[in-house]
Structures are given as C-alpha cells and as structure tokens.
Design a protein around this ligand. Structure first.
Ligand code: NAP
Length: 219
C-alpha cells in the first residue's frame, strides 16, 4: 500500500509518515522545495526505512498546479499506484482582519485550500481507476470556530472541511473515502512562534491540560 503525505518533513506530517511506515505502508515523503525541508524529509524517509518500510522523497510546491501534477505523476511512476493521500501541508500568515494584506490572504488560501482541491483531483483520478483509495485532509478547529488573527487560515480550513464532504459524496460510491481531521493546539514548528501568553490562553481551555502531540494526530 502506497501513501503520500504532504508537508512530511516536520511536525504532524512527519509523525504521520512514520506512523504509516510502522503500519507497513510504503511512504512517499513530500516536502516543499526549500533545501532545508528537503534535507529534513530525507531524514524522515531514512527513519521510515529503519522501521522496515520503503520510502522516498518528493519535493513540490503544493500551491502550484503544475508541481502538484508532477508530484502525483512521479509517485505513480515510482510505485504504480496510490492508496492513501494525506493532505497535510499548510501555512499560517496571521494578522488581524483589518491589517491582513491580500498577499497574506492569498498565500494561505493557495497552500492550505487550493492545494487540497488540486491534489484530491489528481490523486482521485488514479484512485478511481483503482476503485479504492483513502484521502485524509488536515483541517483545524479554526475552520470550525474561527480564531483571532486567522481570517485567512480559518477560511482555508473551513473550505477544506466543506470540500472533504463534497469529495466524500462524489467518490464514496467508487470505493474512495475522504475524511478530514480538525486538530486543536498541537506542538509543532507551526505553533512555536506563538507567545507564551497565547499558548497559556489556549491551554486553559483544553480539558486534558496539555497540548496535543503530532503523534496524537498521526494515530
Ligand atoms: P508545520 O510544522 O509548519 O509543517 C507544515 C509543513 O507543510 C512544512 O513542512 C511546510 O514546508 C509544508 N508546506 C507548507 N506549505 C507548503 C507548500 N505550498 N508546498 C509544499 N509544502 C508546504 O505545521 P504542522 O503544525 O505540522 O501542521 C501540519 C498541518 O496540520 C497543517 O495543515 C496545519 O494547518 C494543520 N494543523 C496544525 C495544528 C497545530 O496546532 N500545529 C492545528 C490544526 C491543524 P516548509 O516548512 O518548507 O514551508
């Protein structure tokens, strides 16, 4: 079984890649084109291999249609099929609504939302021919409830939830399931930039009294 995990060089995506490797999947470890991320992805792929799984790295900017197309073609060329797509890559560009630039808004929509449409479409066509597949999209509680300073991010994640429901309706009868996960506060490089005050405010609302871990989400 072949699984492609986007944004798997660190954080939640890396934990998902490692968990899938542990479960016996062959893992396509995707990263952005940044050199540092490519190197980190190589380390995650190596850790997957140490768990006994086959793994290789694939770099692409998932906000770009041509690169998404090449990514899915490359994975298909390497393994002949695609069983699981985890749309995990995502960014934040936080700012209050009245200060948010068009650039900040568009960047988040392209990386978090449009990427999910493009990769579901491209992978979905392979899965349709296979008559089987699993697509898992990473949403967020911000897409359900909104979050201060995240007009762009909450819009993108709300859209991911809506797209997931639509794709599930379109593809379910063909043996393909489409689901979304909406994590709360998870400790990763994405949340490292939050201030202690922001973290404490969130933690005070979590009944477990601790942040989630990437491994919690991977499970
Ligand atoms: P992270 O540590 O920042 O990892 C995200 C990864 O996605 C990075 O490796 C990043 O690569 C990659 N990426 C972003 N945009 C990309 C693009 N256009 N093309 C290719 N790669 C791209 O974040 P995380 O916390 O693990 O989050 C993973 C997912 O969970 C995201 O979708 C996030 O929105 C969601 N989520 C996170 C939390 C949380 O509290 N952490 C909560 C709910 C949902 P570069 O570093 O090279 O840019």
């Amino acid at each position: 079984m072949i699984a492609l995990v986007t944004g798997a060089s660190q954080g939640i995506g890396a934990a998902i890649a490692l968990r899938l490797a542990k479960e016996g999947y062959t893992v396509a470890v995707h990263s952005s084109n940044r050199q540092e991320s490519r190197q980190k992805a190589e380390q995650i792929a190596q850790q997957c291999r140490e768990l006994g799984a086959e793994a290789a790295c694939f770099a692409a900017d998932v906000s770009d249609y041509a690169q998404c197309d090449a990514l899915i073609k490359d994975v298909k060329a390497a393994y002949g099929r695609l069983d699981v797509l985890v749309n995990n890559a995502g960014i934040t560009r936080d700012n209050l609504l009245l200060r948010m630039s068009e650039e900040q808004y568009d960047a988040v929509i392209a990386s978090n939302q449009k990427s999910v449409y493009m990769l579901m479409k491209l992978a979905g066509s392979i899965m349709l021919r296979q008559k089987s597949g699993r697509i898992i999209n990473m949403a967020s509680v911000a897409g359900l409830y909104g979050n201060m300073g995240q007009c762009n991010y909450s819009a993108s994640k709300g859209a991911v939830i809506a797209m997931t429901k639509t794709a599930a309706k379109e593809l379910g009868a063909r043996g393909i399931t489409v689901n979304a996960i909406a994590p709360g506060f998870i400790e990763t490089p994405m949340t490292d930039s939050m201030t202690d005050q922001q973290k404490e405010a969130i933690l005070s609302r979590i009944t477990l009294g601790r942040a989630g871990t990437p491994e919690d989400v991977a499970a």
